[in-house]
Design a protein around this ligand. Sequence first.
Ligand SMILES: [Zn+2]
Length: 258
Amino acid sequence: MTEPTGQPVTDSGVRLSAAIDQLLLAETRELDRDQSDVRRQLADEQTSYLADMTYLAERIRDGADRADEQTIERARTAIDEVVDRHRSRVTALTTTTARLPSLLDQLHDAVTSANGVGNGSRGPHRSPLNSTAVEVLTDIRRTVVDPDADEPQQLHVALAAWRPADVDAAAEKAERWVIDARAIVSPARWTEAARPCPNCGTRHVFVTEDGQRIRKAAIQVNLTEGYAACIAHSCSAWWDRTRFTLLAAALEHEDVPT
Ligand SMILES: [Zn+2]
């Protein structure tokens, strides 16, 4: 073990526990609610808010007429409360907090759902996510679970109790797990072009995913990251977002019936 004097040791320790937390803790996410669903309730809230504010403004005017400082002060305090209440009501109406399982549980879910019968994932968008999730889980298990333990350890428990000798390497590994897991549970959106690659002329490529040979279009477009690439073996054509128009024009010119 390294002397606890070096700064990197502390940093790695923090990074490691942050990565483990990300894998183990339930996640919450603020989501916008469907506005049509809450429009009437928002209108009601608006009406009652305006009524309250009008009444309190009258109280302040009334207090001023009678030079009654106490009434003015009370009305001002009430206005602050009404504003706070209105804000929290609007927030409650328009957003909702989604409680997601931990990243590790989401990985487990990715494995089981992709294994499901008849999920119709044999199309061109069939993804190798299932096997990737298995790989990540296997790597975590191999790294953190003690194979000589008396009783089989649960992965969550083993990960939480993990005390690696090399904290630097462990932090790097754990951060890699988080990145891989995130890519699996919220994968990039892909689409593909049915036309031949303007660079090499390849139209379809056969790839093996999960042991199955499937046909894919050569031009694959990653909508999340904003790039397109030809996946033919001999071709390295690649287009970033700024060159999409160029690619579209090139594809248009390929006068091949689809
Ligand atoms: Zn190509």
